[in-house]
Design a protein around this ligand. Structure first.
Ligand code: SAM
Length: 336
């Protein structure tokens, strides 16, 4: 189906009433995941809902509309985005949208060794790989899959392919992986990557797990500072992670602390679910359906107007401190 080009970019239109700008879209490609991470989908993915996930044509129309509003970066996430059979055409089509300079993918990494070259060739510019432990047995216990070796091999392969960035996400889990800082420091000595410790977030489905395994990321951050890691200046479009480096280490360590004060002040992203709902916040109370306007090129202007018209409703911050998780049952449902 031919898709006509959209209007030219209007930089800066994607801003909210709290002075934040949103150059960055996190687009979920699927709710399905092949892992059973203990904090997310411990019983595995079960299909729900009627309509399928956004098609390639719908995705291109969506990205064109965001690009017309000045969006420059798209991150593909899920569920597990690499389960999409059309991932390579999706990457290629997004990279052809005028104004989109960066396309990143967040993946559990199990298909990296076989697929990452193809993603890079199609136009992927950055990669985030989830790796919750450097120990194979622990990795298996946390994710439900004995695939540590493939993921680790995949990260090393990705590091050789000239990506703008290859980063590792590790959810910090009390009693399960919170003693691995020395192993990560070793790992980072010669690898030009950043490991980002993400503080476990409460979701609708993980309340008891959260109480057992939540650990404030600042605990780890304090240990880093004591070991001579230094906070690096945050790039203007850097998002909420705080990144540390240490002389003699090629790699960096990032801290993503959603419960810290001012976390939301650095918010630079909007989200669209795999079924085409705009979410102004991961923990928002409502979604704005965009899918009806993704069916034909002639709706481009109406789509742009619907997106732009919603930003005034973006709250200044999440309500996680009040245990309010909004619509979010688990991260795979929205795209973490
Ligand atoms: N399947 C892909 C992956 O594993 O990276 C992409 C989707 S996954 C939902 C995105 C990221 O969210 C992963 O790094 C995952 O560990 C993280 N995540 C999931 N649930 C979380 C939670 N409750 N708190 C913090 N991070 C979470």
């Amino acid at each position: 189906m031919p898709i006509s080009p959209g209007a030219g970019p209007v930089p800066g239109v994607l801003a909210d009433s709290h002075g934040r700008r949103f150059p960055y879209l996190r687009l979920s490609l699927t709710e399905a995941c092949n892992y059973r991470c203990s904090y997310c989908l411990p019983d595995g993915y079960r299909a729900t809902g009627g309509a399928g996930f956004l098609s390639l044509e719908e995705i291109v129309r969506l990205v064109r509309a965001f690009a017309a509003l000045g969006m420059t970066k798209v991150r593909l996430t899920g569920g597990e985005p690499s389960l999409r059979k059309d991932l390579v055409p999706i990457i290629a089509a997004i990279s052809a949208v005028p104004g989109i300079a960066r396309i990143a993918l967040t993946t559990n990494g199990c298909l990296l060794p076989a697929r990452v070259r193809g993603w890079r060739d199609a136009g992927l510019t950055a990669l985030n790989v989830s790796l919750d432990s450097l120990d194979g047995t622990r990795f298996h216990a946390i994710t439900g899959h004995d695939r540590h070796a493939e993921v680790a091999e995949g990260v090393d392969l990705a590091l050789s392919l000239g990506f703008e960035a290859v980063k590792i996400n590790t959810v910090l889990l009390r009693g399960l992986n919170d003693d691995e800082l020395p192993a990560w420091v070793d790992y980072l000595r010669d690898r030009r990557t950043a490991v980002r410790f993400i503080e476990l977030m409460r979701t609708g489905d993980n309340r008891e797990y959260f109480l057992r395994h939540h650990l404030r990321a600042e605990t780890l951050e304090q240990a880093l500072i004591e070991q001579g890691w230094q906070l690096r200046p945050r790039p203007a479009d850097g998002g909420p992670a705080r990144e540390y480096g240490r002389p003699g280490h090629a790699g960096r360590i990032g801290i993503i602390a959603p419960y810290s004060r001012d976390f939301c002040a650095g918010c630079n992203r909007l989200r669209v679910t795999a079924r085409g709902d705009l979410r102004l916040c991961l923990f928002g109370e409502w979604g704005i359906p965009l899918r009806p306007l993704l069916q034909a090129d002639r709706d481009h202007d109406a789509l742009v107007a619907r997106i732009a018209g919603q930003l005034g409703a973006k709250a200044d911050g999440h309500r996680l401190h009040q245990q309010q998780t909004g619509l979010l049952s688990h991260m795979a449902a929205v795209g973490g």
